[in-house]
Design a protein around this ligand. Sequence first.
Ligand SMILES: [Zn+2]
Length: 628
Amino acid sequence: MGPLVPVALVLTMACDEPASDPVPATPAEPFSSQLDRDAHSYANPDEVVVRHLDLDWDINFDQRTLSGTAVLLIERVADSAGTLLLDTRGLSISSVEVAGGAGVWLPAPFRLGDEDPILGTPLEVTLPEAVARVRIVYATSPDASGVQWLTPVQTAGKVHPFMFTQSQAIHARSWIPLQDSPGVRVTYRATVRTPAALRAVMSATNDAETLLDGEFTFEMLQPVPSYLIALAVGDLEFRAMTDRTGVYAEPTLVEAAAAEFDDTEAMMVVTERLYGPYRWDRYDLLVLPPSFPFGGMENPRLTFATPTVIAGDKSLVALVAHELAHSWSGNLVTNATWRDFWLNEGFTVYLERRIVEEVFGRARAEMEAALDRDVLTAELARLDGQDQILHVDLVGRDPDDGFTQVPYLKGELFLRLLEQWFGRDRFDSFLRGYFDHFAFRSIVTDDFVVYLNQHLLADGTDLAQVLQIDAWLEQPGLPDNAPHSDSDALARVEAQAARWANGDAEVGRLDTDSWATQEWIYFLKSLPESLTAEQMVELDEVFGFTRAGNAEVVHQWLLIAIRNGYETAYSRLETYLVTIGRRKLIKPLYDELVRTPDGRARAEAIYQMARPGYHPIAASSIDEVLGR
Ligand SMILES: [Zn+2]
């Protein structure tokens, strides 16, 4: 910890505010019994734990700041604890006060430590005895890593600005001073003041009927980890889909979004039947502007989603199945540290497949699994051995480095192996019991292993060894008992691609009438690395890939276009990279471009235009590709 910062003068009114009475609905489990201190947080929840936040902000689009107060309800875990340690990044803190039960606010000594490039700056608050609340008056920095500010031209409607937060993995600390560890759960209330006519929404209770009068209030009654606290403000309309599902989006997008996502209720019914009740009341989706760096973010009650999944034919709504599944695997049972991230994502991909199978049929689930198996193979070839490990060691590294395909797809394969070994019925009831047992808790990999040993592996001797549990969790690569991912439909597509590539069939004679998006993607992936100019023209003329509307299909086509110098597609490439900021869709294109000097020059020129519209998370990935 660094030098002492002078304690700021307390200018706010000190003692006349009555104590509010925020009573968490469910007692929050502070952290796993087995949790060592989280390597990515300065906080000391083993001594003093934050249970609840009362937040109050003004949203200032001109200055690109949130400013206001955070009141933290604390509980001493260790009686002797004399300090509260919080995570911050780039916050301007103007005062820290403390109060006991009587509600009298008194200035408290605090100091900010040295700034760490990954972890940010620790905030240490000295706690007198009997203190129950800590009030921090602060403002965010305009370049807060967890907040993106969009100008009107960066939105669909072009008239109003837009802002949204992305707290995962450790970005909540850039807009709220808190214990920014997934092992700590809090309930929260918030008041948000916005410019008139805009709507604020949060990962909390949202009132779709509320007046757009510039002030919004929210309440999150279930305890959530900090990375699930989320806020967005913009020109947002609401469309109900059913009485517990709906969509918030910019007015020009809201109808299309509601149509695209109208299987959401069916997905909820399926997931509840398999894994127990949905425990978050409503499930709504927020469609963000295209700069959102992820496919989706499972903010509870309000999934944040990229508009690039609105394909017009529901072909990409596995994303909704995925984010909804997080309501069980992740939001309900949470990784306690970022090295346990596979507990969130591996389980969620497994659940996603099961939901897709129930709602869209087995063939589609098989296609998605087979496509992902290729993605995992490529990812394992790219990664160092240590990053191929599910229970990955991230000490000293940015937890965003752990966001590879490994926790998602290797994690899913591991669970599928268990399903195949024990049978679906048995594994389904195991999972249901697991979600009940650990509901609203944050756990580490070892908690899962103990539960697995007690409930499935106790069956027979040496089952852990037979199933190679240790190799799955602690070793690089894929164990030799990894399940196969076969899709008859994709095998037929591959055969057709080969016939065309070998000159055995003209492109117009291929049997593509019944192809789904997944088959088109696989067709493009199955083509030879190198194609002639004539072949590129032929494909494009017959199938119209350059002007296709489906963002995933176009992505796959643009990779081929770059690889083969197909100039006709370059203006689409430029538009694509400038208008979309979803990292999964843009980074591979930059990776492909920088393989040649011409391509690198093109990448630099496009990035010059595109970067201001990218989210900091996406921009930092592309900076790395371009060696900036
Ligand atoms: Zn996920």
